[in-house]
Design a protein around this ligand. Structure first.
Ligand code: T5A
Length: 203
């Protein structure tokens, strides 16, 4: 059996990733498609313990990077790959692109090095589709409802995150679907359903 699609959701804090991923999971489920909705950090047993540390403890930038990578390696090997191999679609709220933009563009760590470390952490798994919800940083931050130490970063930090994402999307246009996060969630969901029909469902 060919492995099932792996779809990731990315964007700045409060962009609407969790909302859209949940709606897509519900829609796929209603179509009879086996689907797993998961997230980073926190999608594995190890990740559940790492998540509060990553979101709330003051950390050195390299320590932060290594913990996100440890979370990803465990999540990929224990949760994501087994699901894909048994034919279950995986929707993941943040994945390797988050590390490139937050620890690379945001914290200023070496981007080529993060790409190599991400390849190890993901066992070379690349999303079949990455949904980037793009909108002005101030609009997104006004929506964010679960404060963490990243949200407390400067506007300049979040602007680097947004620009980093747009650069990644520009470099890999066939992997990324960029949606305008200012649109109503129903409109975003309809656009994404149409994309999934064309790419994966053969409608
Ligand atoms: N991080 C993560 C790294 O630094 N490196 C990494 O490698 C990884 C994996 C994770 C933090 O860790 C960092 C990035 C993050 O700072 P998190 O709690 O998972 O923290 O943070 P977020 O992913 O930012 O989660 P949020 O819940 O804050 O944002 P979402 O998921 O983008 O937004 P969502 O769906 O919860 O929506 C927010 C609000 O907006 C409304 C919703 O109803 C909700 O109230 N909304 C809309 N309103 C109007 N129009 C729309 N289209 C809307 N869509 C949603």
């Amino acid at each position: 059996m060919p492995r099932a699609p792996f779809i990731t959701f990315e964007g700045v804090e409060g962009a609407g990733k969790t909302t859209l991923a949940q709606r897509l999971a519900d829609w796929l489920h209603a179509q009879g498609v086996p689907v797993l909705l998961t997230r980073e950090p926190g999608g594995s047993a190890l990740g559940k313990q790492l998540r509060p540390i990553l979101l709330h403890e003051p950390l050195d930038a390299w320590a932060e990077l290594f913990l996100f990578l440890a979370d990803r390696r465990q999540h990929t090997l224990q949760v994501i790959l087994p699901a894909l191999e048994r034919g279950t679609w995986v929707l993941c709220d943040r994945y390797a692109d988050s590390t490139l933009v937050y620890q690379g563009y945001g914290r200023g760590l070496d981007i080529a090095l993060i790409q190599r470390l991400n390849a190890l952490a993901t066992a070379d798994l690349t999303p079949d589709l990455t949904v980037l919800i793009d909108l002005p940083v101030q609009d997104a931050l006004a929506r964010a409802n679960a404060p963490n130490r990243f949200e407390a970063e400067t506007l300049a930090f979040h602007t680097r995150i947004r620009e980093g994402y747009l650069q990644l999307a520009h470099a890999e246009p066939s992997r990324f679907l960029v949606l305008d996060g200012r649109l109503p969630v129903q409109t975003l969901q309809a656009a994404l359903e149409q994309e999934l029909r064309v790419r994966f469902l053969g409608d």
